[in-house]
Design a binder for this molecule. Structure first.
Ligand SMILES: N[C@@H](CCC(=O)N[C@@H](CS)C(=O)NCC(=O)O)C(=O)O
Length: 221
């Protein structure tokens, strides 16, 4: 069976699937498209016009959560909880993590101080909601790295970059979340889940979107 991930180099949703493939030590190839000018073949096979896609021989899967569940069912070790109720809870919190990524994107691409502060409030509210669910760590609800952990790692990787541009972002993140993020970023599968020049590409993308915090820090030259 040949596996190919269709990607955009800084997409956090593709990164979720890469982390799972790395955790499971599965061979795969990755191809990159330009989302601003996506090829015809991609439009034909991507129902939402979004990455990631996972091509499995001649079949195509879309949506990161679905792709990861498929990988989890086919390749060991099992990362989703075995117990149905807990698994369902994890699915809900993975969805919450997707929302967190969208709000982080809005923070990154905020075009002025007011908008940036508004987004800080939104993220602060989401953090407060998440903290009581965490448990004692080091991972979400326990000691085992799960699909949910893979789904949140891209958020923490991007947040670590953004913190360099606005100090108050460090204060915004509650200590238990920060501890969780550090555990995720220390994971080898997470460290090799992005392109080598990821940070540069991420910042370049922010500049094209008029990111206020980059501009303010004089980082958009
Ligand atoms: N719910 C989707 C979200 C994927 C997503 O938003 N991908 C972005 C790139 S990070 C995309 O392809 N955007 C293209 C577009 O919206 O036109 C998933 O979990 O896979």
């Amino acid at each position: 069976m040949s596996l190919e991930l269709v990607s955009f180099p800084i997409c956090p949703f593709v990164q979720r699937a890469v982390i799972v493939l790395k955790e499971k030590e599965v061979d795969f190839s990755i191809s990159y498209i330009d989302l601003a000018d996506s090829p015809k073949w991609f439009k034909e096979i991507s129902p939402f016009g979004k990455v990631p896609l996972l091509k499995i021989d001649h079949e195509v899967l879309f949506e990161s959560a679905i792709i990861n569940e498929y990988l989890d069912e086919v390749y060991p070790p099992r990362l989703h909880p075995e117990e149905p109720l807990l698994r369902a809870k994890h699915r809900g919190w993975i969805e919450f993590g997707s929302n967190l990524l969208f709000e982080q994107f809005r923070l990154f691409t905020a075009r002025d101080e007011d908008n940036f502060q508004q987004q800080c409030e939104v993220l602060g509210g989401l953090f407060a909601r998440l903290v009581p669910e965490l448990g004692d760590g080091p991972y979400f609800m326990g000691e085992r790295f799960s699909l949910l952990d893979a789904a949140y790692a891209p958020f923490f990787m991007r947040f670590a970059i953004l913190k360099q541009y606005r100090e108050e972002l460090s204060d915004l993140m509650p200590t238990p979340l920060d501890r969780w993020g550090r555990a995720l970023l220390a994971r080898p599968s997470v460290q090799v889940s992005v392109v080598e020049d990821f940070e540069q590409r991420f910042l370049d993308f922010g500049r094209t979107k008029g990111s206020y915090i980059l501009h303010e820090a004089g980082a958009d030259a």
